[in-house]
Design a protein around this ligand. Structure first.
Ligand code: KG4
Ligand code: ZN
Length: 334
């Protein structure tokens, strides 16, 4: 049986990434060039700088992915690239590099949704079984999605305001922590022995939607009140309380949906799925219900191109193809 190799390319935000994946499940190479060091000084991702750094890195990163995989273009079946959503200027660099590579090497081109990529990161660890429930939590997304088969995504809940990762990054800024704040808040929360009691946004009883902006405001108000008294907040206690609120709501809604939709497995995806508190809470709660739970290792939770190649492989198998008119789609629907 012939092996199928897909080249994946990802440039939707602040990582320039390329990867070769075998048969949709095995990482042969995965190169990620992060802009975090350059973007840190601005306290977030500056779109114009992101585009410029992607331009500098993209060719090197693709060459490195092929070299490390010991793969030449004619060994590949297709080129898969993040088509959207993301920063338009950043997406365009990856899309145009993929188009040029596909054209020059006579390969099919496949445009992948970034969130589908995050979900398919799981396929690199173990086979997906349907129906499954995916909790997608990243800097731009907080979604609960039911998948009944490959390529089918039914959105059952989403954030009505901030994404979970966005809330983490904003609270981190309030606490004076450097960008990206998620991992820092996570670390502080784990070390803390006490936590401040912050509210939980459950919304309507039957809703799988989320809301995190009220929690963010509660943290800001708390800090304000303490400082008005001439005292200082304890960042650890605040981080722990904030994280408990986020993790609690994400866990309860995920478990409820898993039961209602009678899924065979629950998977977590996206940068916030790297969160230690969330991983522990979901593992324990789903174990109690006897529902298998999977989350990829941290390097596959945050942005990478192996996940794009993995999603692209399933699309390639089912005959999905993009043409040379493909463009970056900042608001691409799932
Ligand atoms: O998936 P990702 O790399 O990029 C997007 O597609 O958004 O996610 C980045 C987000 C950032 O908001 C970052 O702060 C958050 O994921 N993040 C975390 C952790 N690691 C990354 N949030 C909470 N705890 C973590 N350990
Ligand atoms: Zn992402």
């Amino acid at each position: 049986k012939k092996d199928h190799y897909i080249l994946g390319i990802e440039t939707s935000c602040d990582e320039t990434a390329a990867s070769v994946v075998k048969n949709g499940t095995e990482i042969v190479s995965s190169i990620v060039s992060s802009q975090i060091q350059q973007q840190k000084q601005f306290g977030g991702v500056v779109p114009e700088i992101a585009s410029r750094l992607h331009v500098e890195q993209i060719t090197l990163v693709i060459e490195e992915a092929l070299r490390e995989a010991e793969i030449v273009p004619k060994d590949l079946e297709a080129v898969a690239v993040t088509e959207g959503p993301g920063l338009v200027g950043a997406l365009l660099i990856g899309v145009n590099a993929a188009k040029a590579f596909a054209f020059a090497n006579q390969l099919p081109l496949i445009g992948v949704h970034h969130i589908a990529g995050h979900v398919y990161a799981n396929q690199l660890m173990h086979p997906m079984e349907f129906p499954l429930l995916a909790l997608i939590v990243s800097g731009g997304h907080t979604e609960l999605v039911v998948m009944k088969s490959h390529g089918s995504f039914e959105l059952i809940g989403e954030t009505r305001d901030d994404a979970a990762g966005e809330a983490y990054d904003k609270v981190a800024r309030v606490l004076g922590l450097p960008y990206p704040g998620g991992p820092q808040v996570d670390r502080l929360a784990l070390e803390s022995e006490q936590s401040i009691d912050f509210p939980r946004a459950w919304l309507e009883a039957d809703s799988y939607d989320f809301s995190f902006s009220g929690l963010k405001s509660a943290v800001i108000n708390y800090k304000h009140n303490i400082e008005q008294k001439g005292e200082q907040i304890d960042p650890q206690h605040v981080a722990a309380g904030f994280q408990q609120s986020v993790v609690d709501v994400l866990t309860v809604k995920t478990v409820k949906a898993a039961k209602q939709f009678d899924v065979k497995q629950v998977i977590a995806a996206g940068g916030v799925a790297a969160n230690q508190g969330l991983r522990k809470s979901l593992t324990e709660a789903l174990q109690k219900e006897g529902i298998p739970f999977y989350v990829p290792p941290i390097a596959l939770c945050t942005d990478n191109a192996a996940m794009i190649a993995a999603a692209g492989y399933e699309m390639w198998k089912s005959g999905v193809r993009s043409d040379s008119t493909m463009n970056g789609r900042p608001g691409m629907p799932l």
